[in-house]
Design a protein around this ligand. Structure first.
Ligand code: DCM
Ligand code: DCM
Ligand code: DCM
Ligand code: ZN
Ligand code: ZN
Length: 269
């Protein structure tokens, strides 16, 4: 996701974590403000092009070598790169955040990676190989040229909630989604969102969430295949179908992030 998506997932998570998780993370991240998670949610993107952070560049996605729109699937052995993918990254940084032998700054760093990668795992094109997750596919948005990955990372969300200061619009969006989760459209299904959460197997959990997300690629990202979308204007009908799907993925990411962080803190303390 772009900044707006990551900040929003983190704000949602901060609305659902337990009091002890909030206290632990505020201390670890050295912040007493309500944006203690939101402000670290995009950190992993800010270091991926630096010299020291280069080793993390493939950690943000898994390149599913499937065949949309006929067939969508993810296979860990086939699709996770030697250098790592979002599945191994989430598992490794969850382990690090639980390691009492690591100093606090390393556990803080691990927590920041966990917050970011739970978010990325819920972006459909972070679970797809075609043209490097859509980065190589030119499309139109409000008449201008963009790549498809950017449309799903940012353009759809920005159209949905409107432009403005990222933290303010993210807070507004997270409040609306939190309401949908607690008492609105998602209230009845939210428990099913945690059905695949198995804190005894980090990679299996991440793969279950990845498969669910990847299946959206066939239906909503490339409904008529990758070739048919090239050059198309996406801010109209395509947006109308994609926006509710994207919104649910952001809500799921935030709700699952909270549950995951609760498990980490429960086990650590
Ligand atoms: N941070 C961290 N590890 C530390 C100290 C801080 O990961 N040892 C994170 C949490 C803060 C952000 O970096 O949100 C900025 O920290 P500071 O306020 O120390 O500049
Ligand atoms: N990305 C992806 N799948 C790929 C390559 C990249 O999902 N195979 C993502 C990571 C970034 C964005 O696309 O969010 C841009 O990546 P880059 O700057 O590496 O091209
Ligand atoms: N939305 C928002 N702020 C608003 C109106 C809408 O953030 N003032 C976002 C969050 C909603 C989504 O747009 O979930 C769709 O809005 P609605 O459910 O009101 O149609
Ligand atoms: Zn992206
Ligand atoms: Zn990322």
């Amino acid at each position: 996701w772009g900044g707006l998506g990551h900040i929003t997932t983190a704000y949602i998570a901060s609305n659902f974590v337990s009091n002890s998780t909030e206290a632990y993370l505020k201390q670890l991240l050295r912040s007493n403000e309500s944006d203690y998670m939101a402000k670290v949610a995009s950190w992993a993107d800010s270091i991926r092009y630096t010299k020291w952070g280069r080793f993390t560049s493939t950690f943000h996605f898994i390149d599913a070598h499937d065949n949309p729109p006929e067939s969508c699937n993810v296979d860990f052995e086939r699709d996770c790169k030697e250098t790592g993918c979002v599945i191994t990254a989430l598992a490794n940084y969850t382990e690090q955040s639980l390691d009492p032998a690591l100093p606090a700054w390393r556990r803080a760093q691990a927590a920041k990676f966990v917050i970011h990668f739970v978010g990325d795992l819920h972006q459909p094109l972070h679970n797809e190989d075609v043209s490097r997750g859509g980065n190589g596919i030119h499309v139109k948005w409000d008449g201008r040229d963009y790549n498809l990955h950017h449309v799903w990372d940012s353009s759809i969300a920005e159209k949905l909630i409107g432009r403005g200061k990222p933290y303010l619009v993210a807070q507004k969006w997270s409040a609306a989604l939190t309401e949908k989760i607690t008492g609105g459209a998602y209230a009845d299904e939210k428990e099913t969102w945690l059905a695949d959460l198995d804190f005894g197997d980090f990679e299996a959990t991440a793969m279950a969430w990845s498969r669910e997300c990847n299946s959206l690629v066939c239906e909503y990202v490339f409904p008529e295949g990758p070739k048919a979308i090239v050059g198309q204007e996406l801010s109209g009908e395509y947006y109308e179908k994609a926006a509710p799907i994207l919104e649910k993925q952001v809500a799921r990411a935030g709700y699952r992030m909270a549950a995951w962080l609760d498990r980490i803190v429960d086990e650590y303390k």
